[in-house]
Design a protein around this ligand. Structure first.
Ligand SMILES: Cc1ncc(COP(=O)(O)O)c(C=O)c1O
Length: 381
């Protein structure tokens, strides 16, 4: 039996909705299915405004333009993240400043973040790794103290809650991904949440290639023109139709994924108790969407053994991020691997387990048996 790393979930409604979008003859962005997604997200999660984008990457780039980052500005983000988080910053000419992570969650270490604030810092850009919300309250407090913008790269945490508050609410901006590896997928897609009402009009200009087309659509102007920077940050309605099917099933998807996470937790707990490895430890007031499950092994050698023995059983786990600060691009910004020793060390020992909603219905037993056998051969050999 093969257990892949990821399989995108289908609710069954994607086909009729995509067909409906096709037949509507209104295929570009911000049409009926986009509107359904946006209104539902706003109502359900309390977001002030939502912009559907072609990817999580595009949402980050739109957010950095909206923050008006300029050359000379600094943005603090964890090194342990995807390239897109760093790219969005450097595309504006601003400088990425990398912070360490907290091993319990692999999210930004806020105390280290605070120590990196300078007069040039303009924005804090945490992420929500594996769907676990970052410490938004501490990050907001830091931002307030220094007058900084907070944008949460919530690519992985759609539908997670922290202290009852949904991820994406309670920050200036947040970005989601609807890539096929995420809880909700439309193939490639994303969203930018804007919670600052005074920024919404400009966000509409940025999304529509720097034009004031939105004012024409709302009847304020008769012609639209080039008024600002921008790009094409819109999700085609055919993809929004697929996203709508997924959004309707957001709780069902999370329920299945949380059951997979619970099974992993039970399997790994005795090994964690024996000091062989470490699993995620979100704060108690977190309701995680079950996006992913990571395991930090005691040594990099045991991590490698785990991955290859598991692969021999056709069960596909995967390494985590390669830290940005020690990457080729990170080095161009003057970073060396030893600048963030904790991140380097954790990244060399972390694994992400196979994780998808359908695993709950088929394959989970085989997956757990295979992992149990591999862990026993490594640690009880
Ligand atoms: C933390 C983080 N940010 C951004 C992205 C980019 O999202 P997308 O693939 O939708 O562009 C990802 C994708 O995996 C991610 O994990």
């Amino acid at each position: 039996m093969k257990i892949p790393f990821n399989v995108p979930y289908l609710t069954g409604n994607e086909e009729p909705y995509v067909l409906e979008a096709l037949r509507s003859r209104r295929h570009c962005g911000n049409h009926q299915f986009a509107d359904k997604c946006i209104q539902t997200m706003k109502k359900k999660y309390g977001f002030h405004e939502v912009f559907l984008t072609p990817s999580g990457t595009a949402a980050l780039e739109m957010g950095c333009l909206l923050a008006d980052l300029q050359p000379g500005d600094e943005v603090i983000l964890p090194s342990y993240t995807f390239s897109s988080t760093g790219n969005a910053v450097v595309l504006t000419g601003a400088k990425p400043v990398f912070c360490e992570v907290d091993p319990k969650t692999m999210n930004a270490d806020v105390r280290h973040m605070a120590s990196l604030v300078t007069a040039k810092t303009k924005m804090l850009l945490p992420i929500d790794y594996a769907g676990i919300p970052c410490d938004v309250d501490a990050i907001n407090a830091l931002a307030k103290k220094h007058g900084l913008i907070v944008m949460d790269d919530a690519a992985q945490s759609f539908g997670s809650f922290h202290g009852g508050r949904p991820c994406g609410a309670g920050v200036d901006m947040a970005t989601f991904s609807f890539h096929e590896t995420k809880n909700l997928s439309c193939g490639e897609g994303g969203a930018l949440v804007v919670n600052r009402p005074e920024w919404v009009e400009r966000a509409r200009f940025l999304q529509e290639k720097g034009t004031d087309r939105s004012l024409v659509l709302s009847g304020v102007r008769s012609k639209y023109s080039w008024v600002d920077k921008g790009s094409s940050f819109l999700l085609a309605d055919i993809l929004a139709a697929m996203l709508w099917a997924q959004l309707e099933s957001v709780e069902e998807i999370a329920r299945k994924r949380k059951a997979v996470a619970a099974a992993y937790r039970d399997l790994y707990a005795p090994f964690e108790k024996d000091g062989c490895l470490q699993t995620p430890h979100p704060p108690p007031d977190v309701d995680c969407n079950g996006h992913a499950f990571f395991v930090i092994f005691d040594t990099a050698q045991n991590k490698d053994r785990f991955l290859s023995l598991l692969r021999a059983k056709d069960v596909h786990a995967y390494i985590g991020y390669l830290p940005l600060h020690s990457s080729k691009m990170g080095q161009r910004y003057g970073y060396k691997a030893q600048d963030l020793p904790l991140t380097e060390d954790l990244a060399s020992r972390i694994v992400r387990l196979p994780f998808y909603a359908d695993l709950f219905d088929a394959g989970l037993d085989y997956c757990l048996e295979s992992m149990q056998a591999v862990l026993k051969s490594i640690y009880q050999g």
